[in-house]
Ligand binder design. Structure first.
Ligand SMILES: Cc1cc2nc3c(=O)[nH]c(=O)nc-3n(C[C@H](O)[C@H](O)[C@H](O)COP(=O)(O)OP(=O)(O)OC[C@H]3O[C@@H](n4cnc5c(N)ncnc54)[C@H](O)[C@@H]3O)c2cc1C
Length: 399
């Protein structure tokens, strides 16, 4: 088997990179280790309107289960910040159907797909990459000019290409279960020690069923599953509206902090595999799709030119960092800042933000894909007098 470009991993990033490589004239193979695309799901499926359009799809009823307008953010002692975008800001989707749609689009663009095919080894030979795979358990070699590693949070391709690992991985867990939403147009976020290092969430499918989950940093005294147990059985907050009847259970890692380098001779890394995930929300579809398109384009042109050196492929690194590097850096600072606050400090912070003027600013400029826009607005001289308490705390880490 010989291709210009081979993509490892048929998640949203792999499918999009494959499609863009094919649209740019390359012969392309997309391989997936599982026997089914889009399964198992490791996601809440909350996608901003921008994330969906970045994947070049329209939000249709076959995969959209609900739409949301904003978020209710709760501090540890129950102060609620209502952020109401006033119109649809995000969709709750079936990731299984969404992922299949993206692979379908790749096939329409001319991509070959091979499921039950796991990448297990990588060699560079005379300028070409030899990918060792197990296809239905049978060893084979696939030859390619360029390999794109879109193989998720524990990327084998990044490791085999000597590109190392992402900075940190949060442990995520989620159930789909009965839950009485106060309002199915809003997601709920719960900050503080009930989910140390990140947050807990409820994302409504409708008034009666929600996806309830949390992510925690590593090194806490309990495993994520125990934090979720506590959240569901604490007798307060989420527990009061939780009605049991678990329909689905999802575990997964959320990578934060991109790889220092995402290219090597003949290899590009994209999506979760490269840590291209928003550190403020753990969302990786929007950022992953932005990078996947660049990866597909660069891989195709380099393969067709037959120059697949690291120098040539560096175009990918430069282009994705120019688009997202600053946003991911600022997101990482916000993540580290929030993760370092005690419950009391979080209560104080959310209380100081809970004023009509600041809430209006958040509503107007809050953007789940680009939190830096809001931070810039909040820190501007015209608004800073509203933010004295918040600024003091932020200044400690940002300056
Ligand atoms: C609990 C949880 C909730 C989340 N919620 C959201 C959310 O609401 N919104 C959002 O935007 N993001 C969310 N994310 C993140 C989102 O799921 C990821 O960012 C996204 O799936 C990344 O896409 P990807 O294509 O890079 O990787 P993946 O979707 O992980 O796809 C990688 C693919 O590679 C395959 N693979 C791996 N190794 C090999 C191999 N050696 N050979 C062949 N195939 C291989 C895997 O089977 C998989 O299909 C969440 C993550 C978690 C854990």
């Amino acid at each position: 088997m010989q291709y210009d470009v081979v993509i490892v991993g048929a998640g949203p990033v792999g499918a999009t990179a494959a499609r863009y490589a094919a649209l740019n004239g390359a012969s392309v193979l997309l391989i997936e280790e599982h026997s089914s695309v889009g399964s198992p799901v490791e996601c809440t499926g909350l996608l901003s309107t921008r994330a969906i359009s970045e994947c070049d799809v329209k939000p249709t009823n076959d995969f959209v289960l609900n739409s949301v307008k904003g978020a209710h953010i709760y501090s540890p002692n129950g102060i609620c910040l209502p952020i109401d975008g006033g119109k649809t800001k995000a969709y709750v989707v079936s990731r299984k159907i969404f992922d299949r749609k993206l692979v379908d689009m790749a096939v329409d663009a001319g991509v070959d797909v091979s499921i039950k095919t796991r990448a297990v080894g990588l060699n560079r030979n005379d300028g070409r990459q030899e990918l060792s795979v197990l296809q239905n358990g049978v060893p084979k070699i696939i030859s390619a000019n360029v390999i794109i590693g879109a193989d998720g949070v524990r990327s084998n391709v990044a490791r085999m290409a000597g590109l190392g690992q992402v900075r940190m991985v949060l442990s995520g867990i989620q159930i789909e279960a009965k839950y009485s939403s106060n309002n199915a147009d809003f997601v709920e976020l719960f900050m503080g020690s009930q989910a140390p290092g990140f947050f807990a969430w409820t994302v409504p499918l409708n008034e009666k069923v929600s996806r309830i989950g949390l992510a925690v940093s590593t090194g806490n005294k309990m495993h994520a599953v125990q934090y979720l147990n506590d959240l569901l059985n604490s007798g307060k907050g989420v527990a009061k509206r939780y009605g049991g009847g678990i329909l689905d259970l999802v575990y997964g890692g959320i990578p934060l902090g991109p790889l220092e380098k995402t290219v090597a001779d003949g290899v590009l890394i994209a999506g979760d595999a490269a840590g291209q995930v928003k550190p403020t929300s753990g969302g990786g579809i929007y950022t992953g799709a932005v990078c996947a398109k660049i990866a597909g384009e660069v891989a195709a042109s380099a393969a067709i030119e037959k120059n697949t050196s690291e120098d040539r492929l560096n175009e990918y690194e430069k282009r994705w960092r120019a688009k997202l590097g600053r946003e991911l850096n600022i997101g990482m600072k916000i993540h580290e800042f929030m993760g370092g606050l005690s419950d009391n400090e979080l209560d104080e912070l959310l209380d100081s933000i809970n004023t009509p003027i600041i809430l209006d600013l958040i509503t107007e400029y809050g953007d789940m894909d680009h939190p830096s826009i809001l931070i810039k607005k909040l820190l501007s001289p015209t608004n800073s007098w509203q933010m004295v308490n918040v600024l003091r705390a932020f200044a400690k880490v940002l300056l």
